[in-house]
Ligand binder design. Sequence first.
Ligand code: SF4
Length: 336
Amino acid sequence: MTTTLDQDLTPYGGVEADADWAARVRELARKRDAVLLAHNYQVPEIQDIADFTGDSLALSRIAASSDASTIVFCGVHFMAETAKILAPEKTVLIPDARAGCSLADSITGAQLREWKSEHPGAVVVSYVNTTAEVKAETDICCTSSNAVDVVASIPADQEVLFLPDQFLGAHVKRVTGRENMHVWAGECHVHAGINGAELAAQAEENPDADLFIHPECGCATSALYLAGEGAVAPERVKILSTGDMVHAARDTKATSVLVATEIGMIHQLRKAAPEIDFRAVNDRASCRYMKMITPAALLRSLTEGADEVHVDPETASRARASVQRMIEIGQPGGGE
Ligand code: SF4
């Protein structure tokens, strides 16, 4: 299931993330033979209790290769679905199934089918922030690390339908110069909080700071667009996946870094390089869906075996094919 905007999205609460909580979580996970995966945008206490923290594709790959029979995916629903698509034999739990994604929700399977019917023969390229149903209707998935390569691999005379992120789509269209590419007008609700004026003003105020921009997150695609437009000096801009942000944090000579992505990322960066002053370009750029995975939600998930993620096997099989094609073209990076 995916989140609809009219749902009650009050997170589960009332549980302190203290030492007792941590011990109970570890014990319940052991009893369930569960591995705990946390996305980089989770709240710090969830990141810290997890067995692995990372980006969505890296976590899905860990899910697929893990010996554990149960995956507890602390992230948003499409990510847990992707883990289920790549590891169909495992039980996949998400601590709160209402944790959706406004970008993934910006196109449904029915809308995509209708769009396809208007462009017979077009090749469908979908960013990984999509539901399993949309992936099943997709020819090739992409991350923004390989979106240009994916589109360039399609014969020039074939139309391309690119979805759901309009900023990433505009970037790919500009780089490839492709005229016969149609872009879906979707967006992430968080990206609107990282606007060009803020980005440019902070870059100007901090002339020695590096600027880390996450290319694969809906919340950073507007920043990617602005960098492409030259709103900030290109040599200071580092377009990085979340995994690469952590590596770059260890390698950079800069003493301060402006981070254009969801604010949860700052926790991992500070852990990786405590001596660097990491600042969010917009400290209000927080994904409410990511923050629904609370300590109470995780405890409930492990106690009750909830919420289990199901993907219809036929849908999963078709979706898996589009994800596999993505992995075969260029460097897919790590997803959101
Ligand atoms: S930050 Fe945006 S793209 Fe990422 S999960 Fe949240 S709503 Fe979706």
